[in-house]
Design a protein around this ligand. Structure first.
Ligand SMILES: CC(C)(COP(=O)(O)OP(=O)(O)OC[C@H]1O[C@@H](n2cnc3c(N)ncnc32)[C@H](O)[C@@H]1OP(=O)(O)O)[C@@H](O)C(=O)NCCC(=O)NCCS
Length: 195
């Protein structure tokens, strides 16, 4: 199980000690603060494809998600904390279909007051390290809006490839936005394998 107890841990390579990255579980003790943080991420970004209220009508919905992830091999929910308070999160959700369980979808967010300080990069590096160590997830996918330069740069720098542009993928009122599908292999492909 890749989701391990919420214990503080030492920073890995490239992680600064400004933030501590821990694996969140259904027993995560600062659930209400995490809920508030995720609400802030949604409220301060128009690039999310769903509304906060739809996804997390209440903290119990978040607790339920963490509990469900805990039961899924390869799942990961990381929380970045600063001064003991959640300030960023990242989840990796394995796909459900039995033949797709080596693949997963990634989503993340950083609190609005702590952006552009390297926390997103640190969360992503921490997740990729853990996925490589876990040996369950081989391919990670994510969707990002084509006009979201910050996220596109962050993911490209972490080794995600742009696979396709999905035209008019997102609609906000009467306005359409393209989406970009990105992918990163966690395990190296065998020599000669066709990407
Ligand atoms: C996207 C997000 C996670 C980035 O997190 P962050 O902690 O601010 O990012 P970092 O400080 O680690 O930046 C890493 C790199 O990403 C890129 N980047 C991040 N913010 C950027 C910005 N505002 N403008 C341009 N590039 C940016 C840069 O390449 C940056 O490297 P650099 O600082 O050396 O130039 C954060 O802005 C966020 O949570 N946004 C709202 C939620 C969201 O959009 N989630 C992703 C949905 S796909």
């Amino acid at each position: 199980m890749a989701v391990s107890p919420a214990e503080p841990r030492s920073p890995r390579h490239g992680e600064s000690s400004l933030f501590e990255i821990i694996a969140g579980t259904q027993a995560y003790t600062r659930l209400q603060q995490l809920y508030t943080l995720i609400a802030d991420v949604y409220a301060t970004s128009d690039a999310m494809s769903e509304s906060f209220a739809d996804r997390y009508p209440d903290p119990e919905a978040l607790a339920g998600e963490l509990a469900a992830m805990h039961r899924r091999p390869g799942a990961l929910f990381l929380v970045a904390e600063s001064a003991g308070q959640p300030c960023g999160f990242l989840s990796v959700t394995p796909r459900m279909a039995s033949r797709l369980r080596h693949t997963a979808d990634l989503r993340m967010g950083v609190g609005s007051t702590l952006r552009r300080r390297g926390l997103g990069r640190q969360l992503l590096a921490g997740a990729l390290d853990r996925l490589a160590d876990g040996g369950v997830i081989e391919i990670v996918y994510l969707m990002v809006r084509a006009d979201h330069d910050a996220a596109l740069r962050l993911y490209a720098a972490a080794g995600f490839d742009r696979l396709a542009t999905l035209q008019r993928d997102t609609r906000v009122g009467e306005q359409y936005f393209d989406g970009v599908l990105m992918r990163r292999f966690i395990t190296a492909l065998p020599p000669g394998a066709d990407r």
